[in-house]
Design a protein around this ligand. Structure first.
Ligand SMILES: Nc1nc2c(c(=O)[nH]1)N[C@@H](CN(C=O)c1ccc(C(=O)N[C@@H](CCC(=O)O)C(=O)O)cc1)CN2
Ligand code: MG
Length: 287
């Protein structure tokens, strides 16, 4: 039987509609969720993502402020802006669009964001809380995967999840969040020997490798659930994932497409985290 195609765009839209209602309620109680986005340099993809974040905020009713800086921005000025936003009561979420130009330390900048406003879930405090299974801001792409599976009624409990990739933004948090869902988790990466021997055992594969169509039908067991986080260009310059979608969908139980799978969930979970942050602030105010 052909795979179910998981429609990330539709799921993301459903969540945005729910958020819009929550935001209306918050506003009626005098709280407007606010997000500040810092963008440094002229990476075109980053500019597109930031524009999309701004648009998504407007669509659901989140106040957004975008700070665009030239590529030669000094670390001092950047850290000063973050410090200012940390203190700004109208701002509940701060994010610095990655990647940053090479002369800027991503670690230093992320460390400077208040963990209470770190809606990207990149700050070590939030990563640490996630690692010990506590509530925190979780990294948007992996959190989006968890929410997407939840909406598709796919439980991870007792399933063998094989994560391919160990980045701080996707691979590692995807593994930790899968573990939190009581999956049995294996993490593979570029130094893994005989990768296919692992992915073929998986009930669920989360592919975050960054190589176009790297995993093919034979790398999966029949009936597997395939989550493709990749965003690559194929030989014709067309956007594609880490999985050879056309072949893999023949035997998978369910699969996410690229585009329209995991991608749209990323910005939606950013909106979600920003609303959570505003709600937390509103609750603290009545205490
Ligand atoms: N500070 C952050 N930087 C980066 C993050 C992040 O979560 N926080 N993630 C990525 C980029 N990103 C958001 O910032 C992002 C990537 C992809 C998509 C998306 O919707 N993809 C679409 C395809 C879009 C296209 O046509 O080009 C899809 O897969 O359907 C949204 C957000 C790195 N930096
Ligand atoms: Mg750098």
């Amino acid at each position: 039987m052909a795979a179910a195609i998981i429609d990330g765009k539709a799921i993301a839209q459903d969540i945005r509609t729910e958020l819009k209602k929550e935001i209306e309620k918050l506003k009626a109680n005098g709280v407007t969720p606010g997000l500040a986005v810092i963008l440094v340099g002229d990476d075109q993809a980053s500019h597109t993502y930031v524009r999309n974040k701004d648009k998504a905020c407007a669509e659901v009713g989140i106040h957004s402020e975008i700070y665009r800086y030239p590529a030669d921005l000094s670390e001092e000025v950047l850290l000063q802006k973050v410090a200012e936003l940390n203190e700004d009561p109208a701002i509940h979420g701060i994010l610095v669009q990655l990647p940053l130009p090479a002369h800027l330390s991503e670690d230093k900048v992320i460390d400077a964001i208040s963990p209470e406003k770190d809606v990207d879930g990149f700050h070590p405090v939030n990563v640490g809380k996630m690692a010990i299974g506590k509530e925190a801001f979780y990294s948007c792409t992996p959190y989006g995967i968890i929410k997407m599976l939840e909406r598709e009624n796919i439980s991870l409990e007792g399933k063998h999840v094989v994560v391919v990739g160990r980045s701080n933004i996707v691979g590692k948090p995807a593994a930790l969040l899968s573990l939190k869902e009581s999956a049995t988790v294996t993490v593979c990466h570029s130094k893994t020997k005989d990768l296919s021997a692992f992915t073929r055992q998986a009930d669920v594969v989360i592919a975050a490798v960054g190589k176009a169509k790297f995993l093919k039908k034979d790398d999966f067991k029949p009936g597997a659930i395939i989550i493709d986080v990749g965003m690559n260009r194929d030989e014709n310059g067309k956007l594609c994932g880490d999985v050879d979608f056309e072949s893999a969908k023949e035997t998978a139980a369910a699969i996410t497409p690229v585009p329209g799978g995991v991608g749209p969930m990323t910005i939606t979970m950013l909106l979600y985290n920003t609303v959570q942050s505003a709600k937390q602030k509103a609750q603290q105010a009545v205490k």
